[in-house]
Design a protein around this ligand. Structure first.
Ligand SMILES: [Fe+2]
Length: 86
């Protein structure tokens, strides 16, 4: 999918986030040296959250979503969960 250049970094952030989500699954296979033990996974996810995800979500919630609000009904439906959850 072709993305507007202003969205490229946010889009790229999703790949490591999806990998992090996968390693959280019980019994997930070893992948690229990422942790496999529960305590190590927890430590990894905490660091990943602090170092990468927090800022990603902050940008999405404080900049992206307010910017697109009201411009597309389908996007409004998708983002309403985020807005209502705050
Ligand atoms: Fe995102």
């Amino acid at each position: 999918m072709k993305r507007h250049f202003s969205l490229l970094q946010l889009s790229r952030d999703h790949h490591p986030a999806l990998i992090a989500a996968q390693i959280c699954k019980r019994g997930s296979p070893a992948y690229l040296g990422l942790p496999t033990l529960p305590a190590e996974k927890l430590s990894y996810i905490r660091s990943f959250w602090k170092d990468e995800l927090y800022e990603h979500f902050k940008i999405e919630e404080e900049i992206l979503i307010p910017e697109i609000a009201g411009k597309n009904d389908e996007l409004d439906k998708i983002t309403s969960n985020v807005i209502e959850g705050t």
